[in-house]
Design a binder for this molecule. Sequence first.
Ligand code: FES
Length: 146
Amino acid sequence: MSYSEKVMEHFSNPRNMGEIENPSGVGTVGNAQCGDIMRVYLDINDGIVNDVKFKTFGCAAAVATSSMATELVKGKTIEEALKVTNAAVCDALDGLPQVKVHCSLLAEEAIHAALWDYAQKEGIAIEGLEPPKSDIHEEEEEEEAY
Ligand code: FES
């Protein structure tokens, strides 16, 4: 198994790692195959993703794909951000080893979960956006409250 130069570069120097205070939306998802976790924060203004950050307990491929995915959604409209699929992210990274493709799903799912959170808070519907399958954010917050 070998990683492309782009994957190595994004893993060594990840873009948009961190968190956003008072984000417009937050999404946290887990990967059923490995148990790794990804959280994405979005700052949205006038339908544009002004800023995006991620935090992960994931592997090298998860870090690299999140770095690339966040670069691809930054500055985009919500509709454009929705089209940033894991396949698009893998392409932008010159591919991932087959066994690591599932890792790239984390970024896509966390972005979608954060958009869902934003839509819920704003009371709006985003066309084509499905409710997150595994948004574990609320559960975690409850735990933190104890
Ligand atoms: Fe878990 Fe890659 S092995 S995200």
